[in-house]
Unconditional design. Structure first.
Length: 357
């Protein structure tokens, strides 16, 4: 949404960091629009429009809610075309609020909107006192996901056991268990296992990257994170690597509610001008000088438990061979990476790390 209104070096920095320029279908398209105009069609915005439509389709057994909005200071005039474009491409609108004189009221309005969009699952995105009266623009993204497994983990198989933070430290955790057919990859360098756990209807899957090495003071998670690239991830989860095998899966129950102020992270990645009063060029949003992004907030909630569906389990049992095959073990009793993928579009919706109960 910010990209729609960014111009000059501000636009170039965002495109470079997120590689948006590589997916534009017409790289000369921006030249057709003067500074007060937004891109109307094509390029990355149309692709996001199609992606949001695809992932937004109702899926039995899965609850996925995303919320995106720009909140701008009421004294700034915003181009109507910008408002129309954010609504068209991102199902979002820019809402004017009074940060200058009623900042707490504005904060409550933002929090109410996010809570409403996420069906009450994400509350208090902004804590009391976190909105500054000099704020002129806030970008908000919230996403909540809860899915039913294609095949459930039986609650009676969940046991309390230890989760190893490293070789010397451990904490107790509720560990789920299931043995069945799963797609599994065993990677030699770095030494990791990758497993796919499908959700109901197989449109969404959780993929877990589990390092095999646990050191004295740390685990192989750091090495994995340093090695991980988009290309490596695509390779490790490719059809050539992932094999349908009988696997004993041990996975901890967990619920993660995380909130991040992304300003520093984005600046370190190279998105700097948009936060700088003297350099920000958001002239595609407003004619008025001084418009700058003051906060970029992200909050997410992910819950993993035993829930699944019995109906699909029956079909899975019928497909098992008569002779019992070799059973592999996938025991996530130490830190791992996980992501949730929308399979029809091969899009990663969540990417996270679980390092401690």
């Amino acid at each position: 949404m910010v990209l729609l209104g960014a111009r000059g070096n501000t636009l170039k920095q965002i495109e470079k960091v997120f590689h948006f320029g590589e997916v534009l279908t017409d790289t000369t398209q921006r030249a057709r629009y003067p500074s007060e105009k937004c891109e109307e069609a094509g390029g990355v915005h149309s692709q996001f429009q199609a992606l949001l439509a695809a992932v937004g389709e109702p899926s039995p057994g899965c609850f996925l809610t995303t919320a995106n909005r720009l909140f701008g200071e009421i004294t700034y005039p915003f181009f109507q075309q910008y408002l129309d474009s954010t609504k068209k491409f991102y199902r979002a609108e820019l809402e004017a609020v009074d940060f200058k004189y009623t900042k707490e009221e504005a904060r409550e309005k933002i929090n109410f909107w996010v809570e409403n969009e996420t069906k009450g699952k994400i509350r208090d995105l902004f804590a009391a006192g976190s909105i500054d009266p000099s704020t002129v623009l806030v970008l908000v993204n919230a996403i909540y996901f809860k899915g039913k497994w294609a095949v459930e983990f039986k609650k009676e198989d969940t046991k309390e056991t230890y989760f190893r933070l490293n070789k010397n430290e451990r904490k107790t955790v509720q560990m789920m268990f299931r043995e069945g057919y799963f797609k599994l990859a065993i990677i030699e360098e770095p030494k990791i296992k990758v497993i796919e756990l499908p959700y109901f209807n197989n449109e969404l899957s959780m993929l877990i990257l589990l390092p095999e090495v646990v050191y004295e003071d740390f685990t192989g998670l750091e090495q994995l994170e340093n090695t991980l690239t988009y290309e490596k991830l695509a390779e490790w989860t490719s059809l050539d690597k992932m094999q349908q095998l009988t696997v004993k899966v041990y996975l901890p129950q967990f619920k993660m509610d995380e909130s991040y102020v992304l300003n520093k992270t984005l600046q370190e990645m190279g998105v700097m001008n948009v936060f700088d009063w003297g350099k920000a060029d958001l002239s595609g949003i407003s004619r008025k000088d001084g418009l700058v992004m003051s906060k970029a907030i992200h909050k997410s909630s992910v819950e993993v438990n035993e829930e699944g569906t019995e109906a699909v389990a029956a079909t899975q049992v019928v497909a098992m061979p008569l002779s019992r095959p070799i059973s592999y073990e996938f025991k996530a009793d130490h830190p791992f990476l996980f992501f949730i993928r929308h399979n029809p579009t091969n899009t990663i919706l969540f990417f996270g790390r679980y390092s401690s109960p």
